[in-house]
Design a protein around this ligand. Structure first.
Ligand code: CDP
Ligand code: MG
Length: 139
């Protein structure tokens, strides 16, 4: 059964560029309810663990360095069909391919520094949400 939650991060580039408020507005205007929210920073070890699935990819080292270089916003979001609908709202990984109206089209600057994360499955949404939030922080 599909769950109705997904997990997102506003990545260090978008936080640094002052886009937290606008991205949260796009998320809530898109029909997502925020059930957990925090400003935090990943250590190198956190970023390595979070992106362990990409460990063999050529961009892994750069990705870990980027994701740990400054604060991020972590959030759990709720909506019917949350995972798929949120992937639609954020747009393609490469902003050059992201559709008009998507968060990455508006705020991503490159395929690496692409403003936001969105879980790719219900299973990963649960794992990634639990990585950042205790049960009592999920509302
Ligand atoms: O984030 P998304 O699920 O769209 O893409 P991914 O394939 O799961 O890759 C995770 C992240 O690695 C991306 O969001 C980019 O930040 C980075 N990446 C990269 O730097 N270069 C690539 N060719 C692909 C991904
Ligand atoms: Mg992914």
């Amino acid at each position: 059964m599909a769950t109705n939650r997904t997990f997102t991060m506003i990545k260090p580039d978008a936080v640094q560029n002052g886009h937290i408020g606008n991205i949260l507005a796009m998320i809530t205007n898109g029909g997502f309810k925020i059930v957990s929210l925090k400003l935090t920073q990943l250590t190198v070890a956190d970023a390595q663990e979070f992106y362990a699935v990409h460990a063999a990819r050529p961009f892994y080292g750069e990705l870990v360095e980027f994701m740990s270089r400054g604060p991020i916003v972590a959030a759990i979001l709720e909506k019917d069909n949350a995972v798929e609908d949120f992937r639609t709202l954020i747009g393609a990984t490469n902003p050059a391919e992201a559709a008009e109206g998507t968060i990455r089209k508006a705020y991503a600057t490159s395929i690496g520094e692409n403003a936001v994360h969105g879980s790719d499955s219900d299973e990963n949404a649960a794992i990634e949400g639990a990585f950042h939030f205790a049960g009592r922080e999920q509302f």
